[in-house]
Structure formats: structure tokens, C-alpha cells
Design a protein around this ligand. Structure first.
Ligand SMILES: Nc1nc2c(c(=O)[nH]1)N[C@H]1C(S)=C(S)[C@@H](COP(=O)(O)O)O[C@H]1N2
Ligand SMILES: [Mo]
Length: 360
């Protein structure tokens, strides 16, 4: 295994402490399953250094007393499941929103996303074994080992999503133990939801009748209207970001590329929280005309992204490439970042545009 420093050197680093980094888009598009070393890292505090042998997960809120599980208990007590799913930060593509007006947070390009085969046990299997009753208006609140401004990192998800078959307590990514920066030894994987709801470095979880009151859940990762500012934002009125919207990005060629005249292959990804991608349109003229891309999607992986590719015939000159995807409900993406601008820069899902020039 490479060192964290070696992996860091492969990525575009937005910050060292906390460590936040994303891969170059060409490399992101190179494999349907993103190698762990190329997978974006989003952390809010220092990376905890945990030992798999002594690690325990406390689970509370079932029929009886709270119980502790070792990694061995999880692996031997429940069937192993693998789910290929995309993880995406709510701040993915924030840089495009920042071009409209200032926003808070790191200026992620379109690389705060990745897809992996996650292996672990179903969270629902663990909860059912503890006698957790399914019911409306209940939540699973998680607590992690990392600390963010004096608190343990904590988020929650609705109990129904925790019980869904795709939601895992994962200990492996693409067949290898989780890397330290991706949540070793055990993290939650909540497919279709913003990455923030997939806590890494788990320590405790509890079934309760209210969402987590941790600041990450109660205060952050809320979607606000455009007139709300950092000063006027009331988290109680913001929409809690869970399922991710339809999105797409051009990964190749990169912004500013100089291409040869003639046929050029344009490639990227499209993704939607929980709906299928049915069509991807690509434009070589800023959205005046569109061509349909060929789609590549893994069967049996409803929460994984769709890869797309199209050959465009581009004459010499400057060109604004653009992409927009369509989902199974016949919906598509807003044209401009202005349409959904918010001061936190979340859920930037407008047409992705890449300016290139074609040499004469
Ligand atoms: N404990 C903990 N879990 C966490 C975070 C964190 O800072 N601490 N960041 C969240 C966010 S915002 C995202 S987008 C994903 C990123 O997962 P990755 O770093 O493995 O790509 O982890 C989530 N889980
Ligand atoms: Mo995130």
C-alpha cells in the first residue's frame, strides 16, 4: 500500500488540515470503479488513526441494551454484501457556482465524486438483529472518531434509508480494506445520498426519534434560497441535503485543451441520486445544438454513475463544450449556475461547460 503522502501527491489538494483533495478529471474517467488512491477525500477534521483489532461499534436504540460489535463480530455475524455505488460531495462543482458570486467552502471542480464496490454488512441486518422496529419519523444517528470544532463528527439518516438494502456498514473498497482517509476500519455507505451522510471512522450509532443534533447535521449541509446569506441563514428553515440531484460533467478533454481539427472524443460521467440516466446530450457550440452520447452503465448498480462518450466534429476556433443529462423522470439540468446559486455553494448541477480551442 502506498503512503498517504504518495496518494496526496496524485491529487489536487484543496487543503491539508483538514485534508481535502480530488483527482484530475481525466484520471477520474479512466475507470468505472475509481481506484481508492484516486478517490476524492473530504474531511472536516484531522484523520483519526484507528486500530482494527481494538475498534468497536456501539449500537444503541434497539429492543435491549446497547451492544458493542468488533470488526470480527460484524464479519461473522452477518452476510457480506457488495454494492457498487457512487459517492459525491454536496460541494462537487462548487467552483462553477463561485464564478457567479462568492460562496463558502473549497472550490471543488467536478472531481468530488467517485464510484467504488463497497463491501460490508447491511446496516439493516444489524438493526433488525437488535430488534429495531421499522417506523416513520425515526432516524439513525452516527458518531465518528474525528473531531470537528470540539465535537465528534455526527450525522443522521432516516431509519427507512438505514434499513434499505443498499445501505452498508462498509469495511472494504474495491476489494481492499478502507484506506485511512476513506474511513478505516468501518464507515457507512448511504448510496444516492450526499457524501456527508456516509460517516467515516464510525464509533457509535443510535436509533432515535429525531435527527442528530450534531452541528454537521443540524447546521451544515442545508440548501438555501439565493437571497439567504451567511448572516441570515436559519438552519431550521434550510432543506437538509440527502438525495443528490441529476448532474453530469465533461472529464475529457480538460478545460483549456488545444485540440486538432476534426473528430474529437468527449467523455464524462452523469449521475443522479436514485434515478436512472436515460440520455446525455453533448454540445460543441455552447448548447445551441446537441448530439447524444453513448452511455455505459453497469447493470445491477442503480446507485452508480453512468459513463458517456461522444465524437464531435470540431472546426478550428474556440468552442464551448457543454453537457446535460436526462433522468428516468424526463427531467434535465438547469443551464446556468445562476439558476441554483446559494451562498454555501451546494448542489451545483447546471450544464457543465468546458472551453477548448481547436488549432487550424
Ligand atoms: N467521520 C467523517 N465522516 C465523513 C466526513 C468527515 O469529515 N468525517 N466527511 C463526509 C463528506 S462531506 C463526504 S463528501 C464523504 C467523503 O468521503 P471520502 O473522503 O471517502 O471520499 O465523507 C463523509 N463522511
Ligand atoms: Mo461532502
Amino acid at each position: 500500500m502506498s503512503s498517504l503522502a504518495e496518494r496526496k501527491a496524485r491529487l489536487i489538494v484543496h487543503g491539508d488540515r483538514p485534508y481535502n483533495a480530488e483527482p484530475p478529471l481525466g484520471r477520474l474517467r479512466a475507470a468505472y470503479r475509481t481506484p481508492a488512491a484516486d478517490f476524492y477525500v473530504r474531511s472536516h477534521g484531522d484523520l483519526p488513526d484507528l486500530d482494527a483489532e481494538s475498534w468497536r461499534l456501539t449500537v444503541a436504540g434497539g429492543a435491549g441494551a446497547a451492544r458493542d460489535f468488533s470488526l470480527h463480530d460484524l464479519r461473522t455475524g452477518f452476510p457480506e454484501e457488495t454494492v457498487t455505488a457512487t459517492m459525491q460531495c454536496a460541494g462537487n462543482r462548487r467552483a462553477d457556482m463561485r464564478a457567479v458570486a462568492p460562496v463558502s467552502g473549497d472550490p471543488w471542480d467536478a472531481g468530488a465524486i467517485g464510484t467504488a464496490a463497497w463491501t460490508g454488512v447491511r446496516l439493516g441486518d444489524v438493526l433488525r438483529a437488535l430488534g429495531v422496529a421499522e417506523g416513520a419519523d425515526r432516524h439513525v444517528a452516527f458518531e465518528s472518531h474525528d473531531r470537528v470544532e470540539g465535537h465528534a463528527y455526527g450525522v443522521s439518516i432516516p431509519l427507512a434509508k438505514a434499513m434499505a438494502p443498499e445501505t452498508l456498514l462498509a469495511y472494504a473498497m474495491n476489494g481492499a480494506p478502507l484506506l485511512p482517509e476513506h474511513g478505516f476500519p468501518v464507515r457507512a455507505v448511504v448510496p444516492g445520498y450526499a457524501g456527508v451522510r456516509s460517516p467515516k471512522w464510525l464509533r457509535r450509532l443510535a436509533v432515535q426519534d429525531h435527527p442528530s443534533d450534531n452541528p454537521i447535521q443540524a447546521g451544515d449541509y442545508k440548501l438555501y434560497p439565493p437571497d439567504v446569506t451567511a448572516e441570515t441563514a436559519d438552519p431550521a428553515l434550510g432543506h437538509t441535503i440527502e438525495t443528490m440531484p441529476l448532474n453530469a460533467a465533461i472529464c475529457e478533454p480538460p478545460r483549456g485543451a488545444i485540440l486538432r481539427a476534426g473528430t474529437n472524443r468527449i467523455r464524462g460521467y452523469a449521475v443522479s441520486g436514485d434515478r436512472a440516466i436515460v440520455r446525455v446530450d453533448v454540445s460543441g457550440d455552447g448548447g445551441r445544438s446537441w448530439m447524444q452520447a453513448a452511455l455505459e452503465h453497469e447493470t445491477g448498480a442503480p446507485f452508480a454513475w453512468t459513463f458517456w462518450a461522444v465524437d464531435l466534429d470540431l472546426p478550428p476556433g474556440e468552442h464551448d463544450l457543454a453537457v446535460r443529462a436526462w433522468d428516468a423522470a424526463g427531467q434535465t439540468q438547469p443551464a446556468l449556475p445562476d439558476d441554483t446559486w446559494n451562498h454555501k455553494g451546494y448542489l451545483c448541477a447546471c450544464w457543465h461547460r468546458v472551453r477548448v480551442s481547436v488549432a487550424a
